[in-house]
Design a protein around this ligand. Structure first.
Ligand SMILES: Nc1ncnc2c1ncn2[C@@H]1O[C@H](COP(=O)(O)OP(=O)(O)OP(=O)(O)O)[C@@H](O)[C@H]1O
Length: 651
């Protein structure tokens, strides 16, 4: 376990501790028009899940394998549908993920035999991968509702091409080889420079898978009639947190679609250099090597041990990725695909399947407890995300507010507008007065001399004044319009500002509330710690008490042995012995054990005993008799009812 893990989580007793788990193999044959090979044939038996290989040649010469019948966990003939394959694979895989197991699904077979079709699917027939994603999300969402299990899913995908790995979401010209790294403390592969995508829903995951599946995106893509030259790796990581049951589960699923298993040769790949061909063949060769080494021919020999094969894993990037899947802590399922008409490739595929099926992995569910610290970490993490959201929201609102303020500054300020308006109004009043006086003048001159024409000079002034007035009135109207517009704009901005401010206040309140919740959690934490301390102290006191009781028991046992030896003779022979015996009895009645027994209705203590031998002490006092175990010699004791003593007894 890593340091980080040990500090943040408490290991629970493992629900399913390490258990042997053989690799499961499923065989699927591609539909063909008819077998073209007459010399040998394969007989598929979907009921027994076997493939019988018949040949006219001696078997050992043909294959070098001792098998004529290959047994697998599931065998599908060419009529099998995508759903048949999914029914076999999907639910058990989901169950493993939900139980905290790491799993791998790998395809293997010659080119064009239906590996990608089975794993990824075609346009109209979805494969195992999308189906797993859909069922996984449905189940996780259901568990969230019904069991309160929070979940977190992330995914990454890369391609292994000529012994280099590439992130498929980086545009082709910028794509650089990734560094694969496996630290000794962490079981999962670490890949530098690749960022897992956090997935919230099945739709998100589907979009991601589709963008990765896009063959245009792949360096080692096969053309229409060209075989693929790269392996495609998906890694799905699922974290499940159940605060009610105090459980944290982490599991990962690899879905790996290999390129064709047959060798790349100069004959078919004439554009490639020898070096490129060597690199292309390296991964499948290394895979076959490690599978051969790990195959446990005798199942009684236990798990497949991988410790001595480290160098073989390092032979290629593919085997490095598959290190946990082959002989490690992963449940592994292999989809074998083949054409029955092609005998050599089918035989080689069946042999690979037979070998890999003998590998026994050692799997463990990664289920741990969510302790208080982990809970707090998760809470703080949640709070941080919320806080980040609030901060970004506040920033957006602030910038909006600033831009509004700028806008209002650009137009004339409110005060300026006010004074301008007042000036206009004053001028207007002046002009009105002027107009009135001129009108009066006119009317008086007209009244005095109605027949006289108005003096030309006065008329001219009058006309000018009239024009001026008309112009001023026009500009006044314009100003009034502008004013009302500005006023409206100003009111709108003001209301927006108020809304933003109230939103700010609400956000602040929410933050305060969250802070209060954190405080409460911290206090709870402290209370729980206090309780823990009290319980520890109580436990200590109890263990001390137990110790002291044990001591007194020991002491009593010693006393018993000390007493019992003289009693073997005559009890009446020594009054000293009898007295010490009675003392022993009273000692016992003080002990916690005797306190318990005294509460019983017919206990040892409520009876009075007398015996002729005890009477020799000269005392008539009754005493609390001890249990037989505690050393009273019952042969010398007569139990009498608790009745008044007879006068003879004292004599
Ligand atoms: N069971 C099937 N039913 C119908 N069509 C299939 C089946 N299996 C494969 N095919 C079709 O055969 C073609 C080749 O299949 P696919 O691409 O899956 O092969 P492959 O093994 O992944 O090849 P490569 O190694 O080059 O990647 C595809 O067009 C696919 O749709």
């Amino acid at each position: 376990m890593s340091k980080e893990q040990s500090s943040s989580s408490v290991s629970l007793p493992a629900i399913d501790s390490s258990e042997p788990c053989p690799i499961e193999v499923l065989l699927r044959t591609i539909p063909e028009k008819g077998l073209q090979n007459n010399e040998s044939t394969f007989k598929i038996n979907s009921v027994d899940n076997t493939v019988l290989f018949r040949t006219s040649k001696p078997l050992h010469n043909a294959t070098g394998s001792p098998h004529s019948t290959f047994q697998f966990d599931k065998v599908f003939d060419a009529n099998a549908t995508q759903k048949d394959v999914q029914d076999f694979l999907v639910n058990p895989t989901i169950k493993d993920i939900l139980s905290g197991y790491n799993s791998t699904i790998l395809t293997y077979g010659p080119s064009f035999s239906g590996k990608s079709y089975s794993l990824l699917g075609s346009q109209y027939n979805e494969g195992v991968l999308p189906n797993i994603c859909q069922v996984l999300f449905e189940t996780l969402e259901e568990n969230e509702e019904t069991k309160g299990t929070n979940f977190c899913v992330s995914v990454l995908a890369f391609e292994i091409y000529m012994e280099k790995s590439y992130d498929l979401l980086v545009p082709l010209p910028e794509r650089k080889p990734l560094k694969l790294h496996r630290s000794s403390s962490k079981m999962d592969l670490e890949i530098k420079d690749i960022c897992p995508a956090h997935i919230k829903s099945y739709e998100d995951l589907r979009g991601y898978v589709q963008s990765v599946q896009n063959t245009e995106n792949r360096v080692g893509r096969g053309g229409k009639a060209e075989r693929s030259k790269s392996h495609l790796v998906f890694q799905l990581h699922v974290e499940q947190r159940n605060r009610r049951e105090d459980i944290l589960k982490n599991s990962s699923l690899y879905l790996i679609d290999l390129h064709g298993a047959e060798k790349f040769e100069k004959r078919t790949e004439n554009t490639l250099s020898q070096d490129a061909l060597k690199k292309l063949n390296q991964s499948i060769e290394a895979l076959k090597n490690i599978v051969q080494l790990l195959a446990v021919k005798n199942p009684d020999s236990g798990y497949s041990t991988k410790t001595s094969h480290s160098s073989t894993y390092r032979e290629s990037q593919l085997t490095e990725v598959l290190r946990d899947s082959l002989g490690g802590n992963r449940k592994m399922k292999v989809i074998l695909t083949c054409f029955l008409s092609n005998v050599p490739t089918t035989l080689s595929t069946l042999e690979f399947g037979d070998n890999i099926r003998q590998i026994i992995n050692k799997v463990m569910s990664s289920t741990t407890g969510l302790n208080m610290k982990k809970k707090m970490d998760l809470f703080v993490q949640d709070m941080k995300i919320k806080d980040d959201n609030y901060v970004s929201q506040i920033n957006i609102l602030k910038s909006e507010l600033d831009s509004l303020k700028d806008l209002s500054n650009e137009s004339s300020s409110r005060e300026d507008m006010k004074t301008e308006l007042e000036n206009y109004e004053k001028e207007n009043v002046k002009l009105k007065l002027q107009l009135d006086s001129i009108t009066q003048l006119l009317s008086s001159s007209t009244n005095e001399n109605p027949n006289n024409n108005i003096d030309d000079e006065v008329a001219e002034i009058l006309m000018k004044r009239c024009e001026q007035i008309a112009q001023l009135e026009l500009s006044f109207d314009r100003q009034m319009n502008a004013n009302s517009k500005l006023r409206k704009e100003f009111e709108y901005k003001k209301s927006k500002e108020e809304a933003l401010e109230s939103m700010n206040v609400r956000l602040l309140e929410q933050i305060q509330l969250q802070e209060k919740e954190i405080q409460e959690l911290l206090t709870n934490n402290a209370i729980l710690k206090g309780e823990l301390d009290t319980h520890t102290k109580l436990a200590e006191t109890r263990s001390e008490k137990i110790k002291s009781l044990e001591d007194s028991v020991k002491e009593l046992t010693n006393n018993k042995s000390a007493i019992s030896s003289p009693r073997k003779g005559s009890v009446s022979s020594s009054s000293a012995n009898t007295v010490s015996h009675i003392e022993g009895g009273s000692e016992l009645s003080n002990s916690p054990r005797s306190a318990n027994t005294s509460s019983k209705p017919v206990g040892w203590a409520v009876r009075k005993v007398s015996s002729s031998s005890i009477a020799t002490t000269g005392s008539q006092e009754s005493f609390a008799a001890r249990p037989f175990k505690k050393g009273l010699n019952l042969h010398s004791i007569k139990v009498t009812p608790n009745t008044p003593k007879s006068p003879d007894l004292g004599s």
